[in-house]
Ligand binder design. Structure first.
Ligand SMILES: NC(=O)c1ccc[n+]([C@@H]2O[C@H](COP(=O)([O-])OP(=O)(O)OC[C@H]3O[C@@H](n4cnc5c(N)ncnc54)[C@H](OP(=O)(O)O)[C@@H]3O)[C@@H](O)[C@H]2O)c1
Length: 308
């Protein structure tokens, strides 16, 4: 079986247009909201988020050489599907300012759930970075995260201050390496962030041992990064046919295979996928459709990837 994002998208559009009720019955939705993407709740709040978001780093870096068309296209694809979550990080304020122009165009900004980062040392530098992000993106972030828990001793109190002052609604921390999961868990036990962002995938599944169950049991929202190990997944699966049994959970491409594995974990609130190509984003968005693999199927999926 091979993936066909165009077919899966038009099937989703058909479902949405023909009968919201019928569509809701086949989607593992927590909230429907007449949107195409299913949503999951942020624990302890009345808010929910679409289950697929955009990691914008690559599309923002591309602004330097290729103009705004790429970011425009992926952002619009996300919004058209009912998506809203954008995770930002470029280390380049000039590129962020360009990205901000794209975010603000056509009144898109109000529809975005903007997640930004502090990635620096020292309180004043952290404050300056948050100020610059607000200026560049044109609004306060919905979520501010300490990038890779860098300078956490200074940055976490700063984020608390930002939340207390109403400059952001949620605060959190990120890691992108399994070696940092222990530090993340200790921090969660001590400080109880609103959100964590963590690497979790078919080949990097350590998060499901302790961090994800702890987040679920303690009402911490979870954003997943590196779903495709920053792209390393695709050369591994290239040239191999998707197993027939992937159809048992409505999976039509290798990208969806990776994302459905992640979405099947009930602790996960939203998965970021990073791409510069609208057709890739549409393939990724289609992973939220239909059934998700059960526990035996998820083990089989990991074995399949190990065997390639
Ligand atoms: N410490 C941190 O806070 C941290 C660290 C790492 C990542 N992150 C966040 O997580 C986001 C995503 O993780 P990641 O950066 O590791 O990227 P990823 O989503 O695991 O992989 C991105 C790569 O996969 C390719 N791709 C995406 N969808 C595809 C599809 N359907 N078919 C084929 N190729 C596809 C993209 O290339 P194309 O452009 O060709 O589609 C890109 O090269 C980042 O953008 C960032 O927001 C945070």
């Amino acid at each position: 079986m091979s993936g066909n994002p165009v077919n899966t998208l038009s099937r989703r559009t058909f479902l949405a247009r023909s009968s919201l009720l019928a569509a809701a019955a086949v989607w593992p939705v927590v909230g429907w909201n007449a949107q195409l993407l299913p949503r999951r709740p942020i624990p302890g709040t009345g808010e929910d988020l679409p289950v697929i978001g955009l990691g914008s780093t690559k599309a923002v870096m591309q602004l330097a050489t290729e103009g705004t068309a790429g970011l425009e296209a992926v952002l619009q694809s996300l919004l058209d599907a009912g998506g809203s979550v954008i995770d930002t990080w470029s280390r380049d304020p000039a590129l962020d300012a360009l990205a901000g122009e794209v975010f603000r165009k056509n009144n898109r900004l109000g529809s975005l759930f903007l997640a930004t980062k502090v990635d620096t040392e020292g309180v004043e530098a952290g404050r300056a970075m948050i100020d610059a992000n607000e200026r560049n993106f044109g609004k306060a972030a919905d979520l501010i995260q300490v990038f890779s828990m860098r300078d956490i001793g200074n940055q976490w109190p700063l984020l608390r201050e930002m939340k207390d002052q109403g400059r952001t609604r949620y605060i959190g921390i990120t890691v992108a390496s399994e070696s940092a999961h222990g530090d993340m868990l200790q921090f969660m036990q001590k400080e109880r962030p609103d959100f964590i962002q963590i690497n979790y995938s078919l080949a990097e599944s350590n998060a499901e041992r302790e961090v994800l169950p702890y987040a679920r049991d303690n009402g911490i929202a979870v954003i997943i990064n590196r779903p495709f190990m920053n792209g390393d997944y695709f050369p591994k699966v290239q040239g191999h046919s998707l197993p027939d049994w992937a159809a048992e959970f409505d999976c039509a491409s290798w990208a969806q295979f990776a994302l459905k594995f992640i979405l099947a974990n009930p602790a996960v609130t939203c998965v970021l996928t990073e791409t510069t190509k609208p057709e890739h984003l549409q393939d990724n968005l289609a992973a939220a459709e239909g059934r998700l693999p059960d526990a035996p199927a998820r083990l089989r999926m990991q074995e399949e990837i190990r065997s390639l």
